[in-house]
Design a protein around this ligand. Structure first.
Ligand code: ZN
Length: 403
């Protein structure tokens, strides 16, 4: 029988107390985890962002034979969404247990998962592991899975350099109520900036109207969305069973009597597995470049900038993937649901690491005021990761040696 579950609440509380809202640094949290890893004799590596204000942290607990090839990744993001303007019943960064729940920003999304990992870490560090366990903590997940791009690349590059295998499974501990979620849509957020030419509105032929060209791009994106809605491809496992696209930000023009020389449009689209996000992006870009040519025919200085803000690949893990059998074998609840939110899972999957999403808490509480995690969920996660530890330490030594 497993030991009584370790109390991970101390760790989760410590993590929640460190305000890691995405706009701010996450380094204080990274330092705390780094120190704990060091205390346990585990090397870790920071993968900083461009200006050094944030960092991912990756660490590998090698197998008992020293191997770091293959193994299992436990992945979580360190950042949380803002609490600005939200009415909280208690201090969001001072976690509080009430009615069998832990309240606080990030308790569900997703510091409880990281807290459970850290609470169990001493036991993992002391264990005779049959294969390595990798820890992957990212920054800036909430603003478009920016940090995890480097983590996925880190694993890919290391497998190539060391001639080893990629991890055989990755568990992203986002709140799924401990269900094993195999799929989510891709999320793609893109900026368009139309640079036209200003003129007095009585002299329209002398200007290039950035707002009007932007409007044509907007209707094109809406038409594309309508076409997907009518014709698919469809995947009925999603609440909205088709690719969606929408324009949700437009800023342009300075006065009613001035031809607008600039218009900023931000659009996003989310694809089902059967729809290639690059193809959607290419189609929009082709249209935009056509508009740009028309603008330049009016004035050669006109141009359109198209800049991806975040491109988060979708996840579409097959039902017979070993990662699903693996996670359900640890006590994750089998599920065929495909979720509406994006995660870092698609990034790991894209480099060839079979990945599922499975973690404590309900996504319904994520991002809201009075965010909480049920303590029963935390216990279920503790059991899940305790089973993982047991599975990685109780293998028959003979099969282990011939592996
Ligand atoms: Zn999250």
């Amino acid at each position: 029988m497993p030991d009584s579950p370790p109390s991970s609440l101390d760790w989760t509380t410590r993590l929640v107390e460190l305000d890691t809202t995405s706009r701010d640094t996450n380094l204080p949290l990274i330092e705390v985890v780094e120190a704990e890893l060091k205390r346990l004799g585990i090397d870790s590596t920071r993968l900083p962002n461009a200006d050094g204000s944030k960092a991912n942290l990756v660490a590998t607990l090698p197998a008992h034979d020293g191997s770091t090839s293959g193994g299992v990744v436990l992945s979580g993001h360190t950042d949380v969404v803002p609490v600005d303007g939200q009415a909280w019943s208690s201090q969001p960064f001072t976690p509080e247990v009430r009615d069998g729940r832990l309240y606080g920003r990030g308790t569900a999304d997703m510091k409880s998962f990281i807290g459970v990992v850290l609470a169990l870490l001493p036991r993992y560090a002391a264990a005779r592991l049959s294969e390595p366990v990798h820890l992957a903590l990212s920054y800036d997940e909430e603003v478009g899975c920016l940090g995890a791009v480097d983590i996925a690349e880190h694993f890919r590059a290391r497998a190539v350099q060391e001639g080893g295998a990629l991890p055989r499974a990755c568990i992203v501990g986002e709140p799924t109520s401990m269900r094993v979620i195999p799929a989510h849509k891709s999320i793609n957020l893109v900026d368009l900036v139309f640079h036209g030419k200003a003129a007095h509105s009585s002299l329209t032929p002398q200007g290039v109207n950035a707002v009007e060209y932007a409007a044509r791009a907007i209707t094109f994106i809406r038409d594309l969305a309508d076409q997907r809605r009518a014709e698919g491809p469809f995947d009925e496992a999603y609440v909205v069973p088709h690719t969606t696209a929408s324009v949700n930000v437009v800023q342009g023009g300075i006065a009613g009597n001035t031809v607008a020389d600039r218009c900023h449009v931000q659009f996003e689209f989310r694809t089902v597995g059967a729809d290639d996000p690059q193809e959607v992006l290419d189609r929009i870009e082709e249209h935009v470049r056509g508009l740009e040519r028309e603008m330049q025919a009016e004035d050669p200085s006109a141009r359109v900038e198209m800049t991806p803000v975040a491109l988060v690949p979708g996840l579409d893990t097959a039902a017979d993937s070993p990662a699903i059998a693996f996670a359900t074998g640890l006590g994750g609840i089998p599920s065929t649901d495909k979720v509406t939110y994006g995660t870092e899972a698609g990034l790991f999957d894209a480099v060839g690491i079979p990945t599922v999403v499975c973690g404590p808490g309900d996504i319904a509480q994520a991002h809201s005021p009075d965010e909480f995690v049920e303590l029963a969920q935390v216990e279920a996660c503790e059991q899940f990761l305790t089973r993982l530890l047991e599975q990685l330490t109780t293998q028959d030594p003979t099969t282990e040696e011939t592996r």
